[in-house]
Design a protein around this ligand. Structure first.
Ligand SMILES: [Zn+2]
Length: 127
């Protein structure tokens, strides 16, 4: 605690920033074994210190690798296609039961189709 704020050469803000509790916290990444600033770790409420043990870069590489594996797995892609078919069917049933929502959905779909056509115009031969 600062007791004498008028002391020469000691700016209270500077003293606070220099204190241990304001020093940049770091953590060791279990994946790449590098010590990095805590800000480079994803937050995770269930971890003791509130952050994951892998840095953001390692986590993002893991996610990319896992997604690549999934896409190359015919069992996973078939299951995912089936899951999405069911989800879309459920969505359509819910929308169809609501006249306001189905009108909104029609407008949204028209806008989407228009944007899609504009975006994909260059690739077409019959334009
Ligand atoms: Zn890492």
């Amino acid at each position: 605690m600062m007791t004498d704020t008028n002391a020469k050469g000691t700016d209270p803000l500077e003293a606070a920033l220099g204190s241990a509790e304001h020093a940049v916290a770091t953590k060791l990444c279990k994946k790449c074994s590098e010590v990095q600033p805590l800000a480079d770790f994803p937050r995770h409420p269930q971890m003791r210190d509130g952050y994951l043990n892998s840095c953001k870069l390692c986590v993002s590489q893991d996610v990319k690798r896992r997604n690549r594996q999934k896409r190359n797995d015919p069992v996973w892609t078939a299951a995912e296609r089936a899951r999405l078919r069911v989800a879309v069917a459920k969505y359509r049933l819910r929308i169809a039961a609501d006249p306001v929502k189905s009108a909104e959905a029609r407008v949204r779909q028209r806008l989407y189709n228009k944007r899609w056509r504009e975006h994909n115009r260059q690739g077409r031969n019959d334009d």
